[in-house]
Write a protein that binds this ligand. Structure first.
Ligand code: FAD
Ligand code: NAI
Length: 476
């Protein structure tokens, strides 16, 4: 066992960690990244939750299931007839695993390209030493590293329901939800948040009867109310069943499936019997095995590492980014923090604008937003103007055969500065980028309204919604 010295040691190789490590190395810092994720052969699988059991595999399954759904429902409208449509779930899952592996391998390649030293194993704080911190790596080979700066990017884990631990056979976290071997007849989901909607959509499209139980009285509280309403209407039409205002009681498993006892919104006792149950009730920051107490690294009451706006912890030269700290649990937020921290370590002025972090939910219709919602502006007492444009009036959406939803702009009543943009509809995930750029540049709604947008394109709905702020749409 030898001691290796680095300028920066990153613990965790998810989007916060691996991107932070690459940026640090690009800036000439001698950088190591430690990640413990194992593939099915026990080898390294960097990329964290996002690559292995999150963003990437969920989008692969959303794509496969959307193709199946279109083939079964939308193709006929285009004059395309199909006989004997079927789904090979094993093949679909294998394809998804292949996409994950491509991303794992891509990260290992990027580490080599950027001269980041990778260690496969668990990293933990040992002690503060002269010139930095001693970090132990426990893996195939044990190592001791000394780091001038440490970036902690250890991510998060799925929250369990009390008394109902994940077995990944019947009670599933995001991990099990991404590898159900055959389409369940009845699928229960607890939590109508992002994972519940995305994974519920996947298995509903493949034929499962999906019931989602949600504790809150309303749907998707973080989204703009008008968007949430439109999306809920579409999901119900597709066949997703929702129950709001529930209180989950005992969850029992048997060979035949899972029974969830709950109290419904009227206070009545009810039960839901399903073949499998996905529990998607949020995630908890992960510091398992990190030994934060060994060096006095401060955590809050939720277990998140306490950081300031610049991702500095209470310890000198120890930084933390991504899901393990405050803020939205999103891959691109983690990446931006990783880059900003690397730049700060190198003496630059890295910056993350928390006001322009986009949210995307990859359901059909897709939901995407950036900035303030209408209900937030009302609560803040801010004077604003709103303008929206329906995809129904957009030529490209009609040609696609996907006209659900709208684009909505919220702009300051006096200055016309864009305060929020909310999209529900086709390719909202891609359309939102224009709004993010506009908000970063402090654009006004009129700026977007005056820009030439290609015809026919969905982005014309964005331009028209910007025009709608001034009540002068051209096509509606
Ligand atoms: P993680 O990605 O969790 O990575 C942490 C890494 O650190 C892991 O590899 C872990 O093994 C490793 N680690 C932990 N402790 C140690 C240790 N002591 N030593 C060594 N290694 C350690 N976000 C989006 O923006 N878009 C999406 O579409 C999206 N879809 C999602 C879908 C699902 C089903 C889920 C669950 C999440 C999704 N997310 C999405 C959220 C996104 O995955 C997370 O926000 C993101 O992965 C956080 O990145 P991170 O680097 O902070 O942590
Ligand atoms: P979430 O926070 O999005 O939603 C959890 C839902 O569960 C909420 O509606 C909450 O009210 C409900 N809930 C909590 N406790 C409950 C209980 N006991 N009974 C019934 N309902 C309960 O969390 P989710 O879906 O687990 O996802 C975790 C995070 O992962 C997301 O917040 C997001 O940050 C990230 N993610 C992002 C995606 C994307 O960007 N497209 C996709 C999937 C996940």
């Amino acid at each position: 066992m030898s001691t290796k010295q680095f300028d920066v040691v990153v613990i965790g190789g998810g989007p916060g960690g691996y991107i932070g490590a690459i940026r640090a190395a690009q800036l000439g810092l001698n950088t190591a990244c430690i990640d413990e994720w194992k593939n099915d052969k026990g080898g390294p699988a960097p990329g964290g939750t996002c690559t292995n059991v999150g963003c990437i595999p969920s989008k692969a399954l959303l794509q496969s299931s959307e193709h199946f759904d279109h083939a079964g429902h939308a193709f006929a409208d285009h004059g395309i007839g199909l006989k004997d449509l079927s789904i090979d779930v094993a093949k679909m899952l294998k394809r998804k695993d292949g996409v994950v592996k491509q991303n794992n391998d891509g990260i290992l390649y990027l580490f080599k390209k950027n001269k980041v030293t990778f260690f496969h194993g668990r990293g933990s704080f040992v002690k503060a030493v002269e010139g930095g911190y001693e970090i132990a790596v426990a893996g195939a080979a044990s190592e001791t590293l000394v780091a001038r700066h440490v970036i902690v990017a250890t991510g998060s884990n799925a929250r369990q329901l009390p008394g109902a631990p994940f077995d990944e056979e019947l009670i599933l976290s995001n991990d099990g939800a991404l590898r159900i071997p055959a389409v369940p007849k009845k699928l229960g989901v607890v939590g109508s948040g992002v994972i519940g909607l995305e994974m519920g959509s996947v298995w509903r499209r493949l034929g499962a009867e999906v019931t989602i139980l949600e504790a809150l009285p309303g749907f998707l509280g973080a989204a703009d109310e008008q968007v949430a309403k439109e999306a809920q209407k579409a999901f119900v039409k597709q066949g997703l069943k929702f129950e709001f205002g529930v209180k989950i009681g005992e969850v029992k498993t048997a060979k035949s499936g899972v029974t969830v006892a709950y109290t419904n919104a009227k206070g009545e006792a009810a039960t839901l019997a399903v073949d499998k149950l996905i529990v998607s009730i949020g995630r908890v920051p992960n510091t398992i095995g990190l030994n934060p107490e060994g060096v006095g690294l401060k955590l809050d009451e939720r277990g998140a590492i306490v950081v300031d706006g610049d991702c500095r912890t209470n310890l000198p030269n120890v930084w933390a980014v991504g899901d393990v700290v405050r803020g939205p649990m999103l891959a691109h937020k983690a990446e931006e923090e990783g880059v900003a921290v690397a730049e700060r370590i190198a003496g630059q002025h890295g910056h993350v604008n928390f006001d322009t972090i986009p949210w995307v939910i990859y359901t059909s219709p897709e939901i995407a937003w950036v900035g303030r919602t209408e209900q937030q502006l009302k609560a803040e007492g801010r004077a604003y103007k709103a303008g929206s444009f329906p995809f129904m009036a957009n030529g490209r959406a009609r040609a696609l055969g996907d006209t659900t939803g709208f684009v909505k702009f919220l702009a300051d009543a006096k200055t016309d500065e864009i305060l929020g943009v909310h999209i529900v509809g086709p390719f909202a995930s891609e359309l939102i980028a224009e709004a993010v750029v506009a908000m970063e540049f402090k654009a006004s709604a009129e700026d977007i309204a005056r820009i030439c947008h290609a015809h026919p394109s969905l982005s014309e709905a964005t331009k028209e919604a910007a025009l709608a702020v001034d009540k002068r749409t051209l096509n509606f």
